[in-house]
Design a protein around this ligand. Structure first.
Ligand code: ADP
Ligand code: XUL
Length: 540
């Protein structure tokens, strides 16, 4: 029976899922994950990121991703799967991060020696030994320069789907070209994490897909091709260094002889890789408009499918290409799981006791509010980190647990309004979606039914589904996306969490109060104390 492999190279780990599909008989045949810090301590990463004195800088070592990819193929080889059945492979990767290769890469990619580990063969091909990743917020100057060059934030957003964002690849490339002009000049090709790993699989430079391309501020969303004007304004000779863009879920080559000889894999078709959020969109079954998904991973993201691109006039969110050929709206929060872990660890809790604290405290938290900006925040833009508390004692364990969860959920509801989706149901994914106490707060804040899904890693699942969809259509077969995802993305039967109307009413008020606290903390609004007192009085 044919097998479809999906890989997901995320911030903290590499995961793989293999699907077995025979008509309506469908199952997950293999699932595995490799945590970067624990498995490869020699790289010195923390949560997948290299330590940095400057809180706005975030880089990772690309060779770590290469080693993890190789280890995962070894695990596949050692599994009981009949690898000759692997028909197609696709992948997902953290978005925006970039990998810089020199001119030796073009000939070396197809000639790796299968008797030697891959990382040592990739090392001499890197023109830059670190990759800036999505957590980086050090490029505000470059963002302003890029927007100015194309006539402002509005034209850039209308053309590329987003105003200039610090973590987007254009600003990162511009900063690199200014700071290290010689190393930039020695760079022959700039890949996203997704197209870099795909290149290693097919043995030549791989194209990237419109979903990940739209996280660069360089792609024209309407044509899915590079927007020459912004490319030329970003860095010298950039056009020649960018990979081409290919349609999502289409074949970009076959697995190179390196993988065949070293791991006994077949010459399987490799499909375009994409970003983790576009992959998750299909991995949670959002192939139609109307439902939202919330991913509680390293980052927290709110996203939904859009038939037509509706660009966010407030400048908060993004429009990306979707693997289905449609679009997706997305708002990203940097202070996701790591912020929750900070509170968990500060009060010596574990996830079960964290959940108990949530259950013990009332919705609205008696007006104790936290703006959870442990790290620089993406939404809203906060470059100088620092948790802001209103009416909340920093030593109050229960109060801080509820405040971090409510703060995050309320911020998500507030900053996803621009998508203009009437939310009836939410598909929850990412590591923290295992936590039903957190999901109950989500249901109450959004006033929507929340479901957990059968497969926890929606990005790897989405990649495997793209492999399946791509392989089916490449053979001239016809399959709709609805049929492709069937059997893998249905919510767990007894996972439904319903909103409570009384709690919902409290959160309607809290959203407005939180917005006032946020405006105050950003220096854009008056002291919210009187409103806070009114809110507390109304709860008593
Ligand atoms: P990534 O974005 O890197 O793919 P994941 O989606 O795998 O991340 O999520 C990893 C995070 O999930 C961890 O950092 C951890 O904080 C969180 N997590 C795992 N289990 C729970 C739980 N029961 N409750 C809350 N958070 C959890
Ligand atoms: C999305 C974003 C993050 C990364 C995390 O814009 O920056 O969700 O994709 O992997």
């Amino acid at each position: 029976m044919p097998l479809y492999l999906g890989l997901d190279s995320s911030t903290q780990s590499l995961s793989a899922i293999v699907l077995e599909v025979n008509g309506d008989r469908r199952r997950v045949a293999f699932e595995s994950s490799i945590a970067f810090d624990e498995t490869f301590p020699q790289y010195g990463t923390r949560h997948g990121v290299l330590p940095s004195e400057d809180p706005t800088t975030a880089t990772s070592p690309p060779l770590l991703w290469v080693e993890a990819l190789e280890l995962m193929m070894r695990r596949l080889q050692e599994s009981r799967l009949d690898l000759r059945q692997v028909a197609a492979i696709s992948g997902s990767a953290q978005q925006h991060g970039s990998v810089y290769l020199n001119d030796r890469a073009t000939s070396a990619l197809g000639n790796f020696d299968p008797s030697r580990p891959l990382a040592e063969q990739v090392k001499p091909l890197l023109s830059r030994d670190v990759s800036p990743i999505w957590m980086d917020s050090s490029t505000s100057v470059e963002c302003a320069e890029i927007e100015n060059a194309v006539g402002g934030d509005r034209p850039l957003a209308e053309r590329t789907g987003s105003r200039a964002f610090e973590r987007f690849t254009a600003a990162q490339i511009r900063k690199f070209s200014k700071r290290e002009p010689d190393t930039y000049a020695a760079t022959d090709r700039i890949h996203l994490v997704s197209s870099f790993l795909a290149s290693l699989l097919i043995g030549r430079h791989a194209p990237l897909d419109p979903g990940d391309g739209s996280g660069m501020n360089l792609m024209d969303l309407a044509t899915c091709q590079w927007w020459q004007r912004v490319v030329d304004s970003t860095a010298p000779h950039l056009a020649a260094k960018l990979p081409p863009i290919a349609r999502a879920s289409t074949s970009i080559g076959t697995l190179s002889s390196y993988w065949q000889s070293r791991f006994g894999l077949p010459a399987a078709n490799v499909m375009t890789w994409s970003g983790d959020n576009p992959c998750s969109l299909v991995g949670v079954g959002l192939v139609r408009e109307g439902t939202l998904a919330i991913s509680l991973g390293t980052s927290d993201t709110v996203f939904g499918l859009m038939r037509e691109p509706r660009v966010d006039r407030s400048g908060t969110g993004h429009v990306f290409g979707a693997p289905t050929g449609d679009y997706m709206g997305l708002t990203c929060f940097k202070n996701g799981s790591l912020a929750r872990e900070r509170i968990r660890d500060e009060f010596g809790l574990a996830w079960p006791t964290f959940g108990e604290a949530l259950r013990r405290t009332p919705p609205g938290n008696g007006g104790r509010i936290m703006l959870p900006w442990f790290e620089p925040e993406i939404t809203p833009t906060v470059l100088t980190p620092g948790v802001r508390r209103y009416g909340l004692d920093p030593g109050d364990a229960d109060g801080n647990v509820r405040a971090v969860i409510e703060g995050q959920q309320v911020a998500m509801a507030l900053h996803s309004r621009w998508m203009n989706v009437k939310v009836d149901s939410i598909h929850a994914t990412g590591g923290a979606a295992a936590n039903r106490d957190i999901l109950q707060v989500m249901a109450d804040v959004f006033g929507a039914v929340v479901y957990q899904l059968q497969v926890g890693n929606s990005a790897a699942l989405g990649a495997a589904l793209q492999a399946f969809y791509g392989a089916t259509t490449a053979d001239g077969g016809r399959i709709s996306w609805e049929d492709a995802v069937k059997g893998f993305v249905e919510p767990l039967a007894d996972s439904k969490l319903s909103p409570d109307p009384a709690r919902r009413a409290i959160y309607d008020d809290l959203i407005e109060l939180y917005a006032a606290c946020e405006a105050h903390a950003l220096g854009k609004g008056e002291d919210p104390s009187p409103r806070l007192a009114e809110f507390v009085a109304a709860q008593e």
